[in-house]
Design a binder for this molecule. Sequence first.
Ligand code: NAP
Length: 547
Amino acid sequence: MTNVAQTRGDSTGSEATEFDALVVGAGFSGLYQLHALRDRLGLTVQVLEAADGVGGTWYWNRYPGARCDSESHSYCFSFSEELINDWEWSERYPAQPEVMRYLNFVADRLDLKRDIRFHTKVVAAEYDEARNRWLVTTEAGAHLSATYLITAVGCLSAANIPDFPGLDRFEGDWHHTGLWPHEGVDFAGKRVIQIGTGSTGIQAAPVIAETAEHLTVLQRTPNYSVPAQNAPLTDEFRRHVKATYPEIRRVMRSTPNGHAFTIADRSAFDVTPEEREAIYEAAWAKGGLQFRASFRDVLVNKEANDTAAEFVKKKIREIVKDPATAEQLANIDHPYAGKRPPIDTNYFETFNRDNVTLVDVRTDPIEEITATGVRLRSGAEHVADIIVFATGFDAMTGTLLKMGIRGRDGLTLEQAWEAGPRNYLGLQVPGFPNLFTVTGPGSPSVLCNMPVPIEQHVEWIADCIAHLRQHGIDRIEPEAAAADDWVEQVNRAARATLLSEVEHSWYLGANVPGKPRVFMPYAGGMARYRAICDEVAANGYSGFALR
Ligand code: NAP
């Protein structure tokens, strides 16, 4: 294993300005990309990270109840036996602090932190064609350059704070869940308003309600949720995972969504209504995203989907005691899992508490934030000492577009993506040579258990760079026709599922006013995507111009 930075005696690399590769972001993607390029290829690499620690999305999302929706044994790196054997998860779904401990364990074990520049936010990245280098400027005014620029900025890292009039006049505290204070927020004795009932809001509300004097949940779109059934892991399960890890890894790599469970090979209509009900009951009792895998056609056939949707709605009505509140929660207008399906711990049960109120802001939208709370269009006012914005993210493109990226001939990424993200395989953009986007739009990413697409992307990028260097190729850039064809494939894959039928999902960018409505993730499945990428590489990087 060669390590150029190590042999040169660099400590943090903080004085060097010229690198083979610059990686932006020190979450799962950035950490592994650094390891792959530095320790496997021997490149000089610097990771630039805005935060003061590793963790990426887990560094910022410290909101109450923050917990991974993927099972812990599948939510980790699979490339190293040592990392697998030397780490023990404590729960079925790891909470945010445990994921942070894991990522620090990885960074320390692989000695990654010495090549990460923390507190370093990228504000511009420009391609210098004459030198074939990316020139990167940081917020502090530092200038660095590299042959390869790799964005590892995550898909959900630009907080979406709706532009409600009056927020500046609010006399209490307010926080977005994705920018949560490290010291935590004390809700004891406080009246809290939570805006948003996506995966985040569904995790946060039950925990906030435990200590707040009162919690008012403002719900625009009612949402499905299935119990996580989280629990501590038994030693027996942990031993089983270690003993059978190759098989678990094989399953994760063969399924469309990278989870460690398979999708049942039966239609919802291959069984009797009674059998179907029993299958859903068992899946509900088992908990987690496996519920979606009960039948192979839940995501592609509306009638099959209706059976899952009706089952969850029935459960909501059974759990929530007040019929009017139950109806408000169960009045869901989109297919089950048509938006990212949340899983929860006591979400619907929370509305049985005396200190929790549900308010519908779909029929009566938020008009403004006042000094003391939130006023709705009808004039109804809800008071708060603290407002929690669980309002999601400018997903997949938001952070990339804020980085000041300019390609050949000064073309900005905003210009290139004016009508929506246009790239090839979610990995490279025409006009931006040697720029790679880990889990960019057009990749399966957010539709999967994230470490699986991340590992695939990082390894594909590292193999690609190794190929370029072995063959004396200076630059790689997708052909325009290949990008257009990929955008069409992404659209086609979405149309084959019920996901594209949901008009107001962040998959489509519909949660951010003015954002082009383009279905962003590749819905054709991770296994298929991997095969496509492998074939492209095996064919000498077909669809890419190599110079
Ligand atoms: P989200 O799914 O986009 O949900 C945002 C919520 O805020 C929605 O209920 C939305 O309503 C509401 N909202 C936004 N703007 C609003 C406005 N102007 N007025 C009223 N309500 C408004 O965001 P999220 O819950 O943070 O989740 C984002 C993604 O992060 C998830 O889908 C998932 O991929 C990931 N995530 C993962 C985990 C995990 O693995 N543990 C946990 C949390 C999040 P509408 O639905 O009507 O737009």
